[in-house]
Write a protein that binds this ligand. Structure first.
Ligand code: TYD
Ligand code: MG
Length: 459
């Protein structure tokens, strides 16, 4: 039973793990002296962390049969940036909390400023800047030629002051940049600590839910790529999106990580230009910006990103090794997958690469986590090893199993259609992915076994 009395817990400042009593080292993440006392629930402000009987004042007061719930109660509206809408599952949902993560300099503030300046033309919007001065933000907006006549801007880090401003302005969109600098005067711990982040984010998301405001929380990412205090935030927010830099510094990927209103693993692509972030509507075209001189070790794969196909080039370099333990380096691909494919290639393809250094890379800084890239990577390895150039118009996809079998992947037809759209005329795909209707101008070979795929490469 929830008690109305405020309780305490012990929370690790590094990873957010909870303990019933204090301990010197966090058993979860191993950090020393990171466990601090944390007050759960705060009856005075409505018990942010633990919804107690007295504190809970949410809108869902009565239960209803599922079928009676009006779906129009979830009206989405566009953010004005279609790549952002898509990653969010089709637009902004009133009352939702969205966490925007990314490295410093990834462009989070730029993206949100662009979005808000445009949205402010239609609905009240409030931008809380805790890191930059109002002048810096205004200068950027001016330089990017954004409409600045409607957006309310406030430089503030106290959650109580944000609350007061929000209650006065009643924004439909609220951006807090960033959650790590926001603090509550009622807590003694330092801004950015888990208890501060948790308490402030809980208050802000509660405010968003109650007022139907769209809340964007900006969160910086730590060195290992996770958001600081991720565990404490992940259950409160509805969507988590990550703005990633790529190896090619011009491009930024916006990736959905959690979404209560749509599919995850959606990918939005932006280019950072002198005029801010620009949407890239046809990402295949930029990642396929290939060298004019065809080279061995290069293969093009059609991967599936969220709800659309994306054509990317995979490069491999296989070269005599000078060291006892030859190197296996995978950039943008999974290292274990590369090791596995090398073993399959040895066992089922008869290719011995044990004394070779192997490097594999996805061009353009894209990260490919899909198994459909297996076959293309394998073909790139063979192409480099034999120093034979693959046809320029060839696209390859398919998963490779441990027995050397080529397994089908979802959405084969759409992948082939995307390749055809970009001028590809040949394809090697799993036999089960052979198109039901022939694709005009494209010669598609279906393969079941590694041997057949290697034979298909020969011509
Ligand atoms: P910013 O939005 O401040 O990043 P974040 O809020 O994620 O820390 O983006 C800053 C970077 O973007 C900075 O390195 C400069 C670059 N940039 C441009 O290249 N062009 C532009 O028009 C803008 C506004 C920023
Ligand atoms: Mg910023």
């Amino acid at each position: 039973m929830a008690k109305t009395k405020s309780k305490t817990a012990f929370v690790c400042n590094e990873c957010g793990s909870e303990y019933s009593k204090w301990q010197g080292q966090c058993s979860d993440c191993g950090a020393w002296n990171s466990v601090v006392e944390f007050r759960l629930g705060n009856p005075a402000r409505g018990g942010a962390a633990a919804p107690s009987k007295s504190g809970y004042s949410g809108a869902l007061a009565e239960a209803r049969v599922l079928k009676d719930i009006d779906l129009d109660e979830l009206p989405r509206f566009s953010s004005g940036i279609s790549e952002l809408d898509r990653v969010l599952g089709g637009g902004l949902v009133p009352g939702s909390a969205i966490l925007v993560g990314g490295n410093p300099g990834a462009g989070k503030s730029t993206l949100l400023l662009q979005t808000l300046c445009h949205l402010a033309q239609q609905v009240p919007a409030l931008y809380i800047t805790g890191e930059e001065s109002p002048q810096q933000v205004a200068m950027r907006a001016q330089r990017l030629a954004l409409p600045t006549d409607r957006l309310q801007l406030m430089s503030e880090t106290s959650v109580e002051a944000i609350q007061a401003a929000a209650e006065q302005i009643k924004p439909k969109i609220l951006v807090v940049d960033s959650i790590q600098v926001v603090h509550s005067d009622e807590l003694t711990s330092a801004p950015g600590s888990v208890s501060q982040v948790r308490e402030c984010a809980a208050w802000l998301t509660r405010y968003a839910k109650q007022t139907g405001t769209v809340l964007f929380l900006v969160g910086h990412v730590t060195k290992d790529g996770s958001l600081a205090g991720p565990k404490v935030l992940e259950h409160m927010i509805d969507c988590s999106i990550l703005l990633e830099d790529t190896a090619d510094s011009r491009f930024r990927m916006l990736r959905g990580q959690k979404n209560r209103f749509g599919a995850v693993n959606e990918l939005g692509v932006f280019a950072m230009t002198g005029e801010g972030l620009k949407e890239v509507k046809n990402p295949s075209a930029i990642f396929l910006n290939r060298a004019t001189e065809p080279a061995s070790g290069s293969a093009v794969v059609a991967v599936w990103e969220g709800t659309r196909p994306l054509l990317v080039e995979i490069q491999a370099l296989v070269d005599d090794s000078q060291i006892a333990n030859p190197r296996r380096v995978a950039v943008g691909l999974e290292q274990n997958r590369l090791n596995m494919l090398l073993a399959v290639l040895h066992r089922h393809g008869g290719l011995q690469l044990g004394d070779q250094d192997v490097f594999a890379n996805v061009v353009g800084g894209v990260r490919v986590l899909e198994t459909s890239a297996d076959l293309a990577l394998l073909c790139a390895l063979v192409s480099s090893f034999r120093d034979r150039v693959l046809p320029r118009e060839l696209v390859i996809f398919g998963e490779v199993g441990l027995a050397g079998e080529i397994r089908p992947v979802p959405s084969g037809q759409e992948r082939l259609a995307e390749a055809a759209k970009h001028g590809f005329t040949q394809a090697i795909v799993p036999r089960a992915n052979l198109p039901k209707q022939p694709i005009p101008g494209m010669d598609v070979k279906g393969v079941n076994k590694l041997g057949e795929a290697l034979a298909a490469l020969e011509g």
